[in-house]
Write a protein that binds this ligand. Sequence first.
Ligand SMILES: [Zn+2]
Length: 257
Amino acid sequence: MSEPYTPSKGLVGVLKRKLTRLQARKPFDCAQERFLVSFSFDDFPHSAASTGAQILEQFGWKGTFYTSSALENTANHLGDLFNAKDISALVSNGHEIGCHTEHHIDCALNSPVVIEREVRRNQQRLRKLGAPTTRSFAYPYGEASAAAKELLGCHFTTLRGVKAGINRRHSDAHQLNAVPIEGTAEDTSLPFSYIKGLGTAPGWLIFYTHDVRETPSTWGCTPALFKSVCTAVHEAGFEVLPVGEAFDTLRPVEKAA
Ligand SMILES: [Zn+2]
């Protein structure tokens, strides 16, 4: 199996990413009294739809599954990717299907014309699989550009990145922060430190992962870790909603004319 693509980690890439975070923003206040958590899965692997969704359902919660439709019935470093039955089971159980481009492209390196075609075709393929129109988008690899943010902001209500953080007062709905759940319960404390952080003030904490397996990829986690993150969120008493629904609860109060 070939090595998975990873975006440049060089200084130019780092600086470009910093600049992009300041550009084409959609200012959004996520600190409106609520303590919100969303769980999301990217790409997404079959194990996310089976094991991941099942764990969420044990808590009575729904997740957001950011889908690249060209990955249907394929396999890669994340294990088997989703199939048509996964989509229909998720939809009938009330989970949200989000957009992740058709071919999992790096949006920082592709032109708006290509990105536009990718999201339209993804939408068409997802519709054929029985998914409702997607309104939540996650950047593959977390990679964005000002042009991509502007274009995608016309198609989706939220765009999610991979910069770790809690979305609070001055967040950007065109590049929401998100915290990874990766590895095993023994080797990570990151998700738990963010759960503790959310407890200090209202905000929106979005988690993301990929495969949920006993031997996960670098980008996935074990069922035990996923479950213990859910348990910690449950014990903290936070409200858990898919990304689209969480966004709806945070709509700004309408100002009097
Ligand atoms: Zn992805």
